[in-house]
Design a protein around this ligand. Structure first.
Ligand code: DAH
Length: 341
């Protein structure tokens, strides 16, 4: 009797557990078959009234069925749970993709690459210096001795080097001239674009951090005509139209003679407009014939070579090309500005 009852419970259980895929339902089944008030529990209570022989037979059977029920429930529970987590991690390959935002090169970097391309095509080498430069290369070797009033023209961020040496965030790219000449023998032509720093109040045309573009051409008979011609070719390529270059006398300690140079206004083509203050010309940068004292400082024999150099601000020509009216926008970090280019 009891034996049959136990076997019935088992087959009832097996029927009921089939197709269960829900944890709550499974839990109900667990209570129903293994709980304190379960049929099986009740049946087991009846064991004590049986004879010793019957106890020996039915006791193990009852335990076996109980264990079987328990392990089937546990296994199914595990199964349901792992199915659920698989579903949770499921990837729906039919959902349309999300577009990832990809960064792009900053306008100044783009223009810098363009300048390098143009000058490489004209046979120029490309170099760069260091942003933290010694006093010697920033000034002394460029013929700007300590206490010389010309130094004031470069509003310098001074820093103390590790060994107490006076260093500076370079205020111009000209130190590259010395570095390059110390390791190269003329004739050569080389450019160096790079980041510069000035300790000065900022306004729409001055920022504390900006980029310069330095060029240096040295040989036996390099002259101002070469400068003018190369500059003219370059600016015409850059602005994709005929650009004229003019020079005006000026002073830089590292050039003799020195000049500043202008290009014909690219907005009005030299006719005169508000961009060029009706003059038809736009100031671009400084240039000159390399001072023999600078050649000497770089280890060349005085009087042996001639060369020209120039330096101008990269932001400046970017502003002209894209009609940007405030230099501070370049490094101000406003993405609305940066994303336009
Ligand atoms: N280094 C100068 C400056 O930052 C610009 C300059 C002028 C560079 C004349 C030159 C040059 O190479 O010949 O103001």
């Amino acid at each position: 009797m009891l034996e049959q009852k136990i076997l019935n419970i088992k087959s009832e259980f097996l029927g009921e557990i089939e197709n269960v895929s829900d944890l709550d339902v499974l839990n109900d089944i667990r209570v129903k078959y293994l709980g304190r008030k379960s049929e099986l529990g009740e049946a087991l209570k009846g064991l004590k009234d049986l004879s010793v022989d019957e106890k020996k037979k039915i006791g193990p059977l009852a335990n076996e069925v109980k264990n079987e029920i328990a392990s089937k429930i546990d296994a199914l529970e595990k199964n349901i749970k792992s199915q659920a987590s698989l579903l949770k991690d499921r990837i729906d390959v039919t959902i349309p993709g999300k577009k990832k935002e990809v960064g792009h090169l900053h306008l100044i970097t783009q223009i810098q690459s363009e300048l390098i391309d143009i000058f490489s095509s004209m046979g120029f080498d490309v170099t760069d210096g260091v942003e933290i430069e010694t006093e010697e290369y920033n000034f002394d070797k460029l013929n700007i001795p300590e206490n010389h009033p010309a130094r004031d023209a470069w509003d310098t961020f001074w820093i103390k080097g590790k060994d107490g040496e006076r260093k500076a965030l370079r205020p111009h790219t000209s130190p590259m001239q010395i570095h390059y000449m110390e390791s190269h023998k003329p004739p050569f032509r080389v450019i160096a674009p790079g980041k510069c720093f000035r300790n000065e109040a900022t306004d729409a045309s001055h920022d504390h951090t900006f980029y310069q573009f330095e060029a240096l051409v040295v040989g036996d008979d390099v002259n101002v005509g070469h400068f003018k011609n190369i500059a003219q070719q370059f600016f015409s390529m850059f602005f994709k139209k005929d650009v004229d270059v003019r020079i005006r006398p000026s002073f830089f300690p590292f050039t003799e003679p020195s000049f500043e140079f202008d290009i014909s206004c690219t907005v009005c083509d030299g006719k005169g407009c508000s961009t060029c203050g009706r003059t038809g010309w736009i100031e671009i940068g400084g240039a000159g014939m390399v001072n023999q004292a600078v050649f000497e400082a770089a280890g060349y024999e005085k009087g042996r070579y001639q060369g020209f150099a120039w330096g101008f601000g990269i932001e400046r020509i970017a502003m002209m090309r894209h009609k940007i009216d405030d230099i501070r926008l370049f490094h101000g970090g406003d993405l609305r500005f940066i994303k336009q280019f």
